[in-house]
Design a binder for this molecule. Structure first.
Ligand SMILES: NC(=O)c1ccc[n+]([C@@H]2O[C@H](COP(=O)([O-])OP(=O)(O)OC[C@H]3O[C@@H](n4cnc5c(N)ncnc54)[C@H](OP(=O)(O)O)[C@@H]3O)[C@@H](O)[C@H]2O)c1
Length: 336
């Protein structure tokens, strides 16, 4: 089968398209899926770069097939799988091998997709939609009257965080690096958009000196210290990503000095630990999309031949919107 694999860590060039990869056979508890669309994520970039080589949460190591999110049709059931059937339309994330024509997915990680949702939207929304869902509902527990700051408000998760927080009645500040990206964040509903330069002072000024209840920080090194200053006394800092590098020298006393702040570094994997939770979160995301409450910013359709280019664009900070790979190029052409 055709698949994008890495045999070593490195830049986009190590992601190689091969046409001789064996079709995997489902182990007990897995389903074999014909992949229709695969989501392209920052996590794939991190995996390719080798950032997870020592991670206990994320097991894939080179050599491997890239891609940890996708949508497709169940072709065969491994031993013991009873809650899915051949022909089911499913989506998954944090299960590797999706940049390929066929993938074996642990059945408990595969969520059924409603008819109203196409494979491209399902592959685009599963990972980031479920992430925004748990961050807003379970970690930050936003409610009417709350305020939050969303960094990288035009990023895939940023856009979903803004929409979800607004729908729950929160006031939303959002940062982004360019006027175009700030316009995207405003379009998604941010009440106020900001450049990164001086964002903490701007947030404090706009909140009468108080600061926001919650900061969603996916940048890490470039913003985290200033994020502490943007939060209110006893506010919550949610450091859910480290696209600019991680902070390795934070003394807990800084959290005290900044106003008894709470700092957390949550992971989706710990909020998707069983089949029922995964289907519940996926349903919430898919139905919000179907009802028009949540928009997913789909980038132009691409194919397995385009993966290196999309990875390079993400790393160059030039990507706005989510890329999904149509595994069969004919499907991509039909969508273009
Ligand atoms: N903890 C979790 O549960 C969880 C789950 C899913 C993903 N994540 C992580 O969340 C982060 C964001 O994911 P995403 O899918 O929203 O990514 P994305 O769509 O690629 O957006 C990332 C944004 O980060 C900003 N950025 C700032 N510095 C950057 C840099 N040096 N390189 C590239 N982008 C930079 C860019 O916006 P500006 O140019 O406006 O700054 C960009 O739009 C990633 O680190 C991902 O691994 C965490």
């Amino acid at each position: 089968m055709r698949a994008i694999t890495i045999d070593r860590y490195g830049g986009p060039e190590v992601a190689q398209l091969r046409s001789d990869v064996p079709v995997p056979a489902p182990a007990p508890g897995e389903v074999l899926v014909q992949v229709v669309c695969a989501g392209v994520n920052f996590m794939d970039v991190h995996t390719r770069q080798g950032k997870y080589r020592d991670s206990r949460t994320y097991p894939p190591r080179a050599p491997c097939t890239l891609g940890m999110e996708g949508a497709g049709v169940v072709l065969a059931l491994g031993e013991g799988v009873t809650h899915l059937a051949v022909g089911d339309r499913v989506a998954w994330c944090i299960a590797w091998g999706s940049y390929a024509q066929y993938a074996c997915v642990p059945a408990w990680q595969a969520a059924r997709i409603p008819e109203a949702i196409g494979f491209d939207l399902a592959a685009a929304a599963m990972f980031q939609g479920c992430t925004a869902h748990y961050l807003v509902h379970d970690v930050a527990r936003l409610a009417p009257g709350h305020s939050c700051l969303v960094h990288a408000g035009s990023g895939s998760i940023g856009q979903l965080l803004i929409q979800t927080a607004k729908r729950l009645g929160a006031t939303v500040f959002a940062t982004a690096s360019t006027p175009h990206k700030r316009a995207v964040a405003a379009q998604r509903g941010a009440d106020r958009t900001l450049a990164y330069e001086g964002f903490a002072d701007a947030v404090r000024a706009a909140t009468g000196g108080r600061g926001v209840d919650v900061v969603f920080d996916s940048l890490g090194k470039a913003t985290l210290r200033e994020s502490l200053r943007a939060a209110r006394t006893r506010g919550l800092i949610v450091n859910y990503g480290n696209v600019s590098g991680s902070v390795s020298d934070l003394d807990p006393i800084e959290l005290g000095e900044a106003g008894s702040l709470l700092l957390t570094r949550p992971r989706l994997a710990d909020h998707m630990t069983d089949a029922a939770t995964i289907q519940r979160r996926a349903d919430a995301v898919f139905w919000a999309i179907a009802a028009g409450h949540l928009s997913v910013d789909l980038a132009e359709p691409c194919t397995l031949d385009d993966v290196q280019r999309v990875h390079a664009r993400i790393e160059a900070r030039a990507q706005v919107g989510k890329s999904v790979v149509w595994i069969d190029a004919r499907d991509a052409l039909a969508r273009a």
